[in-house]
Design a protein around this ligand. Structure first.
Ligand SMILES: NC(=O)c1ccc[n+]([C@@H]2O[C@H](COP(=O)([O-])OP(=O)(O)OC[C@H]3O[C@@H](n4cnc5c(N)ncnc54)[C@H](OP(=O)(O)O)[C@@H]3O)[C@@H](O)[C@H]2O)c1
Length: 333
């Protein structure tokens, strides 16, 4: 494994991080979740990503149990707050009340006294940014969160957070967690330049587009049994946006390019996001330990510019680059 600084902070994260959205507490049984976490640890993956809302809190519980007994100082545990965890008006968003309560509950479920990175899962247009940043700063001072980050914030929202933190003398955010993969490049025009200038690290999600970039989904064919596209609990709904003939036909050329580079398709996809210098880590999900091992093989890989050009040519018609596609709900969900 290779490790990178999270932006310009002193924290190091593993280039390949392990995330448990859709899987822990939902798609896979607990023994499979534990096997994946163990495989991650065996590969030198130290960075684990979850959220309060994943599987109604069960994802944090499963991860907490899977990491029980692991030396706390050997891992970075990252969680998030924003999406609803209950029906009440204060059970979502980034108010002082909800952030404080949600972290309290996350720590209990994870079985830890602090998280390494606490992230605003989206931007909350219903809460003054000053209130959110002051609350995060208080949690950092209390030692319950060591670093603060955001997820899917626009360039101007990241800039506002940095400006206000500077003016109020509050802890600065160190990271952003956007979706980023060969097909979804909306951070490149605006978010990446701001983050590069300000030393904010990208800890990117869905680097293999939920499995689409592994070559296992073929145009016109039924999805393979046990894959996310067959997970009726939630996975099938989220991956469906990628299951179009256009996308599947374009990505069908990737396995051959990966083979030329001596990589598996998943390794090529994960290595691709890591070529961007503002990316600190790629968070990959998995349902089986073999997938974790496969994905971890992308650490330290350098891709030839010629290969990057071939990927661009292959995917030219199906890449999304519009920066306005980075968005948070206008009203709290
Ligand atoms: N901040 C946010 O809003 C946000 C949103 C989404 C995700 N995330 C984070 O990012 C993490 C990863 O995202 P993700 O799960 O959507 O996307 P992903 O990592 O692109 O896809 C993961 C899925 O692809 C399949 N897979 C993984 N490795 C494979 C391999 N080597 N070969 C074949 N199939 C493989 C597995 O599903 P099957 O085996 O079921 O096919 C796995 O669950 C999440 O767990 C979460 O921590 C954050």
């Amino acid at each position: 494994m290779e490790y990178r600084h999270l932006g310009k902070s002193g924290l190091k994260v593993s280039e390949i991080a392990y995330g448990n959205w859709i899987t822990h507490g939902s798609q896979i049984e607990e023994d499979a979740a534990r096997a994946c976490v163990q495989a991650a640890l065996d590969e030198g993956i130290s960075t684990f990503d979850t959220a309060d809302a994943y599987a109604g809190g069960h994802a944090e519980e499963v991860l907490g149990r899977a990491l029980k007994g692991v030396r706390r100082e050997s891992v970075e545990i990252c969680t998030k707050v924003y999406w609803p965890v209950g029906d009440g008006p204060n059970n979502s968003g980034l108010s002082r009340k909800h952030i404080t309560e949600s972290l309290h509950n996350s720590l209990r479920r994870l079985g830890t006294d602090y998280v390494d990175l606490y992230q605003a899962h989206r931007y909350d247009y219903e809460t003054p940014l000053e209130e959110t940043l002051r609350t995060f700063d208080d949690l950092v001072r209390a030692g319950q969160a060591l670093y603060i980050g955001v997820s899917e914030w626009r360039a101007e929202e990241i800039e506002s957070a940095l400006r206000i933190a500077g003016q109020m003398g509050l802890d600065r955010i160190v990271s952003n967690q956007p979706q980023y993969n060969m097909l979804w490049r909306v951070i490149e025009p605006e978010v990446v330049p701001v983050c590069q200038r300000e030393g904010i690290g990208q800890i990117v999600f869905s680097p293999i587009a939920q499995g689409i970039l592994t070559g296992k989904y073929q145009p016109g064919a039924a999805p393979p049994a046990g894959s996310r596209a067959t997970d009726e609990k939630s996975g099938a709904r989220f991956i469906s946006r990628w299951l179009t003939d256009d996308v599947l036909t374009a990505v069908a050329g990737l396995p051959a390019l990966a083979a030329e580079a001596g990589l598996t398709p998943a390794q090529l996809a994960v290595a691709w996001v890591l070529q961007n210098p503002t990316v600190s880590a790629a968070i990959v999900g998995a349902t089986r330990p073999e997938q974790v091992k496969d994905n971890a093989g992308a650490a330290g890989v350098r891709l030839d510019p010629d290969l990057l050009g071939k990927i661009d040519t292959l995917l030219a018609g199906v890449v999304t680059r519009d920066p306005s596609r980075t968005e948070s709900p206008r009203k709290r969900p």
